[in-house]
Design a binder for this molecule. Structure first.
Ligand code: FHN
Length: 525
């Protein structure tokens, strides 16, 4: 039995070090929509190492802020209790219409997140000091950079090596079916042409081009769906925009949140939703970090705008009690998925979303690929992040890992795309009878031997630990009619036996793939 705590980084709640406290922030958002989530999603390993208390202190310190009472707090309202002044379009649809609307996303299973903005220019260093323990895109907030100083970065932002066709070709070769890029992150800088606010890449930089337009064209050409991330709540350069982790630090940030929503958020969302229609974009809007400032009424005004684009999906982070189309666990994989829900784990390849020149702590291809397979086996999507630098280049270690996943998917994609969880319930692990998590609940102990996905008439078993002889699976109801390795293009039948206690397959002596070899079981039904 493989223990990934020793084989690589475990991503069941135990996330990359630099993002631990950010994960705690995200948990606050998760509670808005996932009231009954009993999955042990936080730091099981750390608790056992006696660090839970320390993290609690770090969390309390970062949340309470060192300068003033935070202006904003994470929202706590749940969707079931929230008033919905404007009904999302999907709630007016029949189940069949709703399924059709999100079908492409459910089929996709693998997407590429891109965090790219002015912060890439700082690459994690401000005034000669490295930003440790925080992701690069948070540098303005963590270093309390004055608004005027931060805005000056635009004057030298000139990503001359940006090539949308190359980015999308790389994404495609990596096997991703959709891209989500930061149109505006918490720093308030628009990476698109915006008439609504001049702090944007076309008006404020020597680059003068709209990379989102170029990406929309390239995605359209290459058959990749495109989503825009938009920080609707936090905005550290617009008066009135929210600032988590200590509130505002510059008078230039003071103002009315409602006015900010009316003068910047809604006009820019309209731009994002309308200006790329020729390229059939966007396919989704990815909101982030809602606070209690986003009242049901303000969120409702945003929903009214979204409703004019009924096919555009949006996630569960708008705020105001809105549930959105899909859940967004961050930096971890829920132990048993969220059965019956659409969900997507977003995750960094190293420890940062936005580029940091000195973060070289990249997860292994093995970990990333097994994460993808694990997520698919639980019915979710994997949105894996890359952070291009200020010249417009996606760092090579990130490209290499993405492409390695793509190489595997080229052979084994049938086991991922368009699949549902497999028929076996006990493949992912079990709750410990002796160990507790930090809340005192039984700790989830994952097992990394194999994962199963399924399509009608076929079960795919991705084997991580090659048994070198016979391989035994638990019992399943459907009758297996043929077994073969997906990597074997001749589909040569493997010997197997099936009984009430399980299925035993005689595997080839050598694993077709060093990370995950897919056994296909065809079934009568
Ligand atoms: O604060 C952001 C963070 O910078 C990053 O964008 C992630 C991606 O999901 N979302 C927020 C934290 O939850």
């Amino acid at each position: 039995m493989k223990n990934r705590a020793t084989a690589g980084r475990c991503n069941y709640g135990e996330t990359h070090g630099t993002n631990r406290s950010y994960n705690r922030i995200y948990e606050e958002y998760s509670r808005m929509t996932l009231k009954n989530d009993s999955n042990p999603r936080t730091f099981p390993g750390l608790a056992s190492r006696g660090l839970a208390a320390l993290l609690a202190v770090v969390f309390a310190a970062t949340f309470s802020g060192c300068h003033s009472t935070p202006k904003t707090q994470p929202a706590t309202k749940t969707s079931s209790t929230a008033q919905h002044p404007v009904e999302p379009i999907k709630d007016t649809m029949t189940p069949a219409q709703r399924d059709a609307r999100i079908a492409w996303w459910r089929q996709a299973r693998f997407g590429m997140f891109i965090h790219w903005g002015l912060y890439a220019e700082l690459a994690g260093t401000w005034n000669g000091k490295r930003l440790e323990n925080h992701p690069g895109e948070w540098i303005m907030n963590r270093d309390r950079i004055p608004v005027a100083d931060y805005k000056k970065l635009a004057a030298t932002f000139d990503p001359t090596k940006f090539n949308a066709d190359q980015w999308v070709a790389m994404a495609k070769a990596s096997g991703v079916k959709y891209i989500v890029i930061t149109a505006k992150h918490h720093d308030g800088f628009a990476m698109f042409n915006s008439a609504a606010n001049k702090f944007n890449i076309v008006d404020a930089t020597p680059f003068k081009r709209d990379p989102l337009k170029a990406l929309a064209i390239a995605c359209h050409k290459q058959g990749i769906k495109l989503g825009f991330y938009y920080s609707q709540d936090q905005d550290w350069t617009a008066p009135g925009g929210a600032a988590l982790r200590g509130g505002h630090w510059d008078k230039a940030q003071d103002g009315s949140f409602a006015e900010y929503v009316h003068t910047k958020v809604i006009p820019q969302l309209k731009e994002l939703l309308n200006n790329y229609q020729g390229e059939d974009a966007p396919d989704e809007i990815w909101f982030d970090t809602p606070t209690k400032d986003m009242t049901p009424e303000l969120a409702g005004e945003i929903v009214a705008v979204l409703n004019k684009h009924p096919n555009v999906l949006w996630n569960n982070r708008l705020g105001g009690g809105y549930q959105g189309d899909f859940e967004t666990p961050e930096q971890h994989i829920p132990a048993q998925g969220y059965p019956g829900k659409n969900w997507e784990t977003c995750m960094t390849i190293n420890g940062t979303w936005g580029y940091k020149s000195f973060d070289t702590d990249f997860k292994s291809t093995e970990t990333l690929l097994q994460n993808l397979i694990d997520i698919a086996s639980k019915g979710g999507n994997y949105l894996l992040n890359v952070g291009p630098d200020a010249t417009g280049v996606i760092p090579k270690p990130e490209r290499d890992r993405m492409l390695a996943i793509g190489k595997w998917l080229k052979v084994n994609g049938d086991a991922i795309y368009g699949t549902q969880p497999g028929p076996f319930t006990d493949q992912h692990g079990a709750y410990s009878t002796t160990k507790k998590d930090r809340k005192g609940n039984p700790r989830w102990v994952p097992v990394w031997d194999w994962r199963a996905t399924a399509k009608p008439g076929t079960v795919y078993v991705s084997i991580f630990e090659w048994p070198h002889a016979t391989f035994t699976l638990p019992a399943m109801q459907a009758k297996v009619t043929k077994a073969y390795m997906l990597a074997d293009t001749s589909h040569k039948a493997l010997k197997f036996s099936q009984s009430a206690s399980g299925i035993t397959v005689k595997l080839p002596g050598k694993a077709p793939d060093p990370i995950a070899s897919v056994l296909v079981l065809q079934t009568g039904s």
